[in-house]
Design a protein around this ligand. Structure first.
Ligand code: AQP
Length: 373
């Protein structure tokens, strides 16, 4: 159910979304200065990628391939070890995520796609950056507080240091732009503080202070059953989380049962007190590539929330069909997936190693760098 006049096509083909922080000026500045515009983002390895990941991040990755110079995307297996996990499954989950990203439209010829654990510079830079990271800042991070409270056994130091490793991921590539969903805003602010503090202490301009790129629509896709919470891999409800690999009928059913509100007659508009309806309208807007206002206008003649739920369910099924088909084609060939990751890691290392050499030199770590000439 895609609308002719207003729809600008499916998410994957839509291209750019306007960011909340990154101004067109900053891209222009880079071009004027002749500095390549580097994009970097990381994603957790899991086979349970959901619609929030897709709308908030993955579609931005695909669009970024043609703007980034280069666009670098990393599957963060080191981050995955910070919560209880099964070592026997981790590599499978990396393969799942690699296949999902490729199926969504990432092209290893047009971006750098690799596994974090293959590039040792991330872990080394993380350690070096801890010297300019305040313990108090890490303790205040919402994600740390929520996830440490949910841990039944060990709360690992890795969970606390997670945002420092995330900072190292981005800063190692001197990235200018980091496409993420709204939930990562706080970590991005911390990352900027770390970069600024590092530069102030060890040398101005050594690290690039990155800007986040958060989509204007779909930055925080909400759980369909508990719309006051974000859709989430670990914290959401089963029925309220639409997985990218869910069967079409499962997707339709999840939307059909989505929680809305008891307004009588139904009001098909966004509003602060209408989290469920707002979420459905924003998902439809993101999938249509249209502003939420035009979705509201389209829905003006709807008989009730049932029509809205059916429209979103159908639009999401259509949007995900090509991704699911392609995923089934490529997931089984793990050798091919490993080859993509290995080639990506080689390119990534070539970018990260010179940054690490500069950082070590500035911090006085290791032997002095031989003088050239
Ligand atoms: N609900 C969401 N709406 C929009 N964007 C979202 N993202 C996550 N949830 C939403 C964005 O997806 C990117 C990749 O996230 P991730 O898989 O690496 O892990 P995460 O951020 O921790 O998100 P999850 O999958 O929901 O895991 P939980 O909640 O279990 O931690 C990120 O850019 C994120 O902003």
């Amino acid at each position: 159910m895609r609308r002719g006049g207003e729809a600008r096509g499916p998410l994957t083909a839509r291209g750019d979304q306007r960011p909340t922080r990154l101004s067109p000026r900053s891209r222009g500045r880079d071009i004027l200065r002749g500095v390549p515009h580097v994009i970097f983002s990381g994603i957790q390895p899991t086979g349970r990628k959901h619609l929030g990941n897709y709308i908030g991040a993955i579609t931005q990755y695909v669009a970024g391939q043609d703007r980034g110079d280069p666009a670098i995307y990393c599957i963060v297996d080191l981050h995955a070890t910070t919560l209880t996990y099964d070592p026997a499954e981790l590599r499978d989950r990396v393969h799942d995520t690699t296949a999902i990203l490729l199926a969504a439209g990432l092209d290893p010829e047009r971006c750098v796609l690799f596994r974090q654990g293959d590039v040792a510079e991330h872990a080394e830079l993380c350690w070096l950056l801890t010297s300019v990271t305040a313990l108090g800042e890490l303790n205040r991070m919402h994600q740390f507080r929520d996830k440490s409270a949910a841990q039944r056994e060990l709360v690992s130091a890795g969970l606390l240091l997670y945002p420092v490793l995330q900072a190292a991921d981005v800063l190692a590539y001197r990235a200018h732009e980091v496409p993420v969903g709204e939930d990562q805003r706080e970590h991005l602010e911390l990352m900027r503080n770390i970069a600024e503090r590092f530069n102030a202490r060890f040398g101005e301009g050594l690290l690039v202070v990155p800007e986040h790129r958060i989509p204007t629509v779909g930055a925080r896709v909400r759980d369909l059953q508990e719309p006051e919470r974000k859709m989430s891999t670990t914290g959401g409800t089963e029925q309220g989380t639409v997985l990218l690999l869910d069967e079409p009928d499962t997707i339709r059913r999840k939307f059909k049962r989505a929680v809305t509100d008891s307004d009588d007659p139904p009001v098909l508009r966004r509003g602060d007190d209408k989290a469920g309806v707002t979420n459905l309208i924003e998902i439809l807007a993101a999938v249509w590539g249209a502003p939420p206002q035009s979705v509201e206008a389209e829905m003006a003649d709807a008989r009730g929330y049932g029509d809205l739920k059916a429209a979103v369910g159908e639009a999401v099924v259509d949007e995900l069909a090509p991704l699911q088909r392609r995923y089934r084609e490529i997931r089984a060939d793990e050798q091919a997936l490993e080859a993509v990751l290995a080639a990506g890691a080689e390119k990534a290392r070539a970018i990260a190693a010179p940054t690490l050499a500069d950082v070590r030199e500035a911090m006085g770590v290791g032997p002095p760098r031989p003088r050239s000439g």
